[in-house]
Design a protein around this ligand. Sequence first.
Ligand code: ADP
Ligand code: MG
Length: 255
Amino acid sequence: MAEPIIVIEGLKKSFGKLEVLKGIDLTIRKGEVVVVIGPSGSGKSTLLRCINFLEQPTAGRVLFHGEEVGQRLVGGRLVPLPEKVLDQQRARMGMVFQRFNLFPHMTALENVIEAPVQVRRMPRAEAEELGLRLLRRVGLADKASQYPNFLSGGQQQRVAIARALAMEPDVMLFDEPTSALDPELVGEVLQVMQDLANDGMTMVVVTHEMGFAREVGDRVLFMDGGLIVEEGPPEQIFSEPRHPRTREFLSKVLH
Ligand code: ADP
Ligand code: MG
């Protein structure tokens, strides 16, 4: 079996009295594509956000390459990691959100090379070469000097993917990357994600695109009420779901 990239142990997260994650255990191995499905409010986004410490776990921990993300046990107490160390961990986890949040005053290429130049201190010429290669990879070589407002939603999301790839992450986290897109633009983004998966990228993908889950996922997790209710290979989850709540959810989303 491939090496674990992310190991999640007993992860819990509460917001005030609301317990959103109730104990998640999950190992994600190199090259694996894990698709997370489940109803709205089940904790999918919170799970992704705990992985890169955008949310601090209430209990349990997330290990990235064997190292706890965002905090460290010192003398029996959890102490936050210095911002710089956290940044280094986050830099190796690319995240793509529902909203593309590109910088509007920067061209597509400038958006992609911003982090390599600012964070990795890459020389500009080298960063531009990398940026162009990544824009080509997402099918947008001809849009390098275009501003986001002149790009379609699907094109903007592909730039956002290229931007995340520019830090050469070991894992890509996607949170409903096609949910804000017009239906005719969904396919081009899913295609880029499928290409990434075929290239061996380790990916965690929260999505309502069941076709993608079935075809590209190595493993599908069904979350409900802050727990992983069921997980398995896509064929099993979609053809013979074991848990009644999985069946009920799938009967609503598959038509
Ligand atoms: P999903 O992505 O599956 O729709 P979320 O992880 O976004 O679910 O949210 C799970 C629950 O946690 C929801 O009830 C949501 O309102 C709540 N929640 C998420 N983020 C916060 C927050 N920052 N503060 C308070 N409640 C939150
Ligand atoms: Mg969500």
